[in-house]
Design a protein around this ligand. Structure first.
Ligand SMILES: [Ca+2]
Length: 464
């Protein structure tokens, strides 16, 4: 290269570096704790109002087959963070640590926050973490987040009137709160008030640079606490039913505030916003909540802690004006472990060779095309028996314990998974078994077993 060529080359590098930050979209993933797909108006809910999420869906793409990592908090979130399905995940259940926290992400875990940080992003997790307390290898501040605010331990997050929260790793007290777990319980400070404000503050402070906000909002996970029942106050419902509806609507209001702020700051056209929940409905269809808000099940079988569609499918709303098609309703299937490869493709950030994520980039789909073809989706859960499920094409295999028979369903004609085709389709049973064996890598913390061992694998129950 001659001198002039060299100069032009250097100038082009400078130009690329200067323009790179503006070409990288801000990324916000809003993850609701325990929302059901059918809790939202745009997915058919009639009794609970969600005008902001409904508008987000009409301004973007609404996915009917968005899949969680699995069907309880910590492992599902792990899948979102690390880009792997449960067969390769270091966390495959809510495993409680005393006195606080859950089994931490192990040393060397590579997360989407680290990926985006390497691409120059400011990163924050605001809401609930659940993948390791601050002194462990799984601390959010050690796995790529510049900022953390909210609850670290999932059990702590069962109260919306907690005695304290964390700002980064610094605990601060909330005087007037007693951490109660009663539906009718109240305190001085409703935690979501602080959490919602913190998301707005983070966006305002970092509007000039690319940022990644993992907004892990705890609503509407039980305890079903709300500071104001709002439009549901006079409904002829139980306190629990009113509170649940008000929590979903409150979540919706706070999503609306965030989207409004993006517009006010003139950054909504360079911000990808995704909304989902970490597992299916937290209540059975025949419970008082399930009977009232019947749409929550949306014709699907099962709920939280089960690997039928009602436990695994969630809302999937994606908005990015000018890029993601507006008004599209899509049946394309995708899963949480696609998020990390998607962020890599969007930003040009490099995934270390040894990481080998299981997901695929959703970028072609985000831009109006189709999801790349993949061989299969795979899930596990190790809370009672070790559950496994696999989906390839429209076929689904479910095994509710390693010595149980595989069930086979045709999701195209039977989303309610009512007709087990295993007896008439031994070929599909064999295929499901082959895929499960391929996808599952043994982990000593989560051996395949037919029932819960004594004292192990406590769930993230609501404490009620
Ligand atoms: Ca959850």
């Amino acid at each position: 290269m001659n001198g002039l060529g060299c100069l032009f080359f250097l100038l082009s590098l400078v130009g690329a570096a200067a323009s790179a930050p503006t070409s990288k979209p801000n990324i916000i993933f809003i993850l609701s704790d325990d929302i059901a797909q059918g809790d939202l108006g745009c997915y058919g809910q009639k009794l609970i109002q969600t005008p902001n999420l409904d508008r987000m869906a009409s301004e973007g793409t609404r996915c009917t087959q968005a899949y969680c990592g699995t069907t309880v908090c910590a492992p599902s979130r792990t899948s979102l963070m690390i880009g792997k399905h449960m067969g390769h995940s270091p966390i495959r259940a809510n495993r409680e640590i005393q006195p606080a926290g859950q089994l931490p992400l192990p040393a060397g875990t590579f997360t989407v926050a680290q990926l985006l940080k390497s691409a120059g992003y400011r990163t924050a997790c605001i809401g609930k973490w659940g993948m390791g307390m601050f002194e462990t290898t799984g601390s959010p501040l050690k796995v790529g987040f510049d900022h953390f605010f909210g609850y670290n331990c999932q059990r702590h997050a069962h109260s919306y009137f907690p005695k304290y929260l964390y700002n980064d790793d610094q605990r601060f007290d909330l005087p007037g709160n007693d951490g109660n777990l009663k539906v009718e319980g109240k305190g001085a400070v409703y935690s979501q008030n602080l959490i919602a404000e913190e998301t707005l503050k983070f966006v305002r402070e970092h509007k000039e640079e690319p940022f990644f906000l993992y907004y892990a909002v705890t609503l509407p996970h039980g305890t079903f606490h709300i500071d104001d029942q709002g439009i549901y106050k006079d409904k002829p419902w139980t306190e629990e039913q009113k509170n649940y509806a008000a929590m979903v609507t409150r979540l919706d209001t706070d999503v609306g505030r965030l989207l409004t702020l993006l517009k006010e700051l003139h950054i909504d056209e360079k911000t990808l916003v995704m909304f989902s929940g970490d597992n299916g409905s937290s209540f059975a269809p025949n419970s008082p909540l399930g009977r009232l808000f019947e749409q929550a099940a949306n014709g699907m079988r099962g709920y939280k802690r089960e690997l039928y569609e009602g436990g695994l499918r969630n809302a999937g709303i994606i908005r990015w004006p000018g890029v993601v098609p507006a008004g599209r309703v899509s049946e394309e299937a995708w899963a949480f472990w696609d998020f990390l490869p998607t962020c890599a493709a969007l930003t040009g950030a490099k995934i270390p060779a040894e990481v080998r994520p299981d997901g695929v980039s959703m970028v072609p789909f985000l831009k109006g095309g189709r999801m790349p073809v993949r061989d299969y989706f795979y899930w596990e859960l190790h809370e009672g028996a070790s559950l496994q499920a696999v989906r390839w094409g429209d076929w689904k295999g479910v095994r509710n314990g390693p010595s149980k028979a595989v069930e086979i369903y045709d999701l195209k004609s039977d989303v309610g998974e009512a007709q087990n085709l295993a007896a008439s389709r031994p070929d599909l049973v064999e295929k499901a078994e082959t895929l499960m064996a391929e996808a599952h890598v043994d982990d000593p913390n989560f051996p395949l077993r037919d029932k819960r061992e004594k004292g192990g694998g406590k769930g993230d129950s609501t404490g009620k």
